[in-house]
Design a binder for this molecule. Structure first.
Ligand SMILES: [Zn+2]
Length: 283
C-alpha cells in the first residue's frame, strides 16, 4: 500500500502530466470505486468541462482539484494512475477513465478494486469523511512532541497500532512505521503511554526524517515512476527492517524477527528494539 512518500511522488508526477487539461467526459466501469456522490452518473456529469487545476495530498489521499471540484482519491493496495494516448487499449483492470479534450486519457487502474474516489465541491473536501478525521501532516507545525505526548498518554494500545491509525499523524503505513520504530529503538508492541520523554522526542524526529528522506528520494526519481505505459508506480527504498525477516540487522547483526502487531506483520530487531525500557542505553 502506498504511504505518504509514494503518494507524494504520484502527486508530483500526476500534476506534471495533467495540469491544465480539460475533461471532455468520464467513464466508470466499476461504480463501487465512486463513493461520493452516490450516483455514478452525477460523478461523471459533474466533471464534464472541468479543468485540472492542481493535485494536492492529505495523508495518503490524492486530491485532484478541478475548476469547481476536489476529487479525493485513495489508491489503497493497487490503485495506479496513468496518462495514455487514445490508440492504446485500456485493459480489464482499468475502471475509471478521464477523457481530455486534447485526446489523452487519464486512466485509473486497480487490480484489487479497493481504491476509492469521493467528489466534493471545492472547499468541502477537508470537512467531510474521509479527510475530516485525519491527524496532522508530519511536516506541519501541528505535529509536535507535545501533541504526541498528550495523545499517547491516553492509550495503552501498542505504539505501532497508534502510529498506523492516522489520528496522531498521517501518512505512515506498515513500511514507515516499522522503519521509524527501528530507528528510534522502540519495540513495536510497547504501550503507547509507556514511552519516555526522550523516546517521544526521538520517535517524533525519526518519523519526520524517515518520511522526508523517502519523499526526497521519490522526488528526485520521479521520471522512473512513469513506465512505458505511462503508469506511475512505486519505488523501493533501502530499508532497515521492513520485509527483512530473518536477515541481519544492519546496525547490530542480530537476526531480525517477525511478529504480528494489531493484525499487521511487523519486523523488528530484538536487540535494537527491546520490549522493556532499555535501561542499558540510559546515560
Ligand atoms: Zn539490531
Amino acid at each position: 500500500m502506498p504511504e505518504l512518500p509514494e503518494v507524494e511522488t504520484v502527486r508530483r508526477t500526476l500534476e506534471q502530466l495533467v495540469k491544465g487539461k480539460e475533461i471532455e467526459r468520464v467513464s466508470v466501469t466499476w461504480p463501487k470505486i465512486i463513493k461520493q456522490p452516490e450516483e455514478v452518473e452525477q460523478f461523471k456529469d459533474a466533471l464534464v468541462g472541468q479543468v485540472i487545476d492542481h493535485i494536492g495530498r492529505r495523508g495518503k489521499f490524492l486530491l485532484i482539484y478541478t475548476t469547481d471540484f476536489a476529487l479525493v482519491s485513495h489508491l489503497r493496495m493497487e490503485g495506479r494512475y496513468g496518462l495514455f494516448a487514445p490508440d492504446e487499449q485500456p485493459d480489464k483492470h482499468t475502471h475509471v477513465i478521464f477523457y481530455f479534450t486534447d485526446g489523452t486519457q487519464l486512466r485509473y487502474r486497480d487490480v484489487r478494486k479497493f481504491g476509492t474516489m469521493h467528489l466534493f465541491k471545492k472547499g468541502e473536501e477537508l470537512n467531510a469523511l474521509p479527510l475530516s478525521q485525519l491527524g496532522p501532516e508530519p511536516f506541519s507545525e501541528e505535529f509536535t512532541v507535545k501533541r504526541m505526548k498528550e495523545m499517547l498518554a491516553k492509550t495503552n494500545r501498542s505504539i505501532k497500532t497508534v502510529l498506523l491509525d492516522q489520528k496522531l499523524v498521517v501518512g505512515l503505513g506498515n513500511i514507515y512505521v516499522d522503519e521509524s520504530l527501528f530507528k528510534a529503538g522502540i519495540h513495536p508492541e510497547r504501550a503507547a503511554n509507556s514511552l519516555s520523554q526522550k523516546e517521544l522526542v526521538t520517535l517524533h524526529a525519526e518519523i519526520v526524517k524517515t518520511l522526508e528522506e523517502a519523499v526526497e528520494k521519490g522526488g528526485s526519481t520521479v521520471r522512473s515512476y512513469v513506465n512505458t505505459q505511462g503508469e506511475i508506480g512505486m519505488f523501493q527504498l533501502e530499508l532497515y527492517v521492513y520485509g527483512r525477516k530473518g536477515e541481519e540487522c544492519k546496525v547490530c547483526s542480530s537476526e531480525l524477527e517477525r511478529i504480528v502487531v494489531g493484525g499487521r506483520g511487523t519486523v523488528f530487531c530484538p536487540k535494537c528494539q527491546k520490549s522493556k525500557k532499555a535501561s542499558k542505553i540510559k546515560k
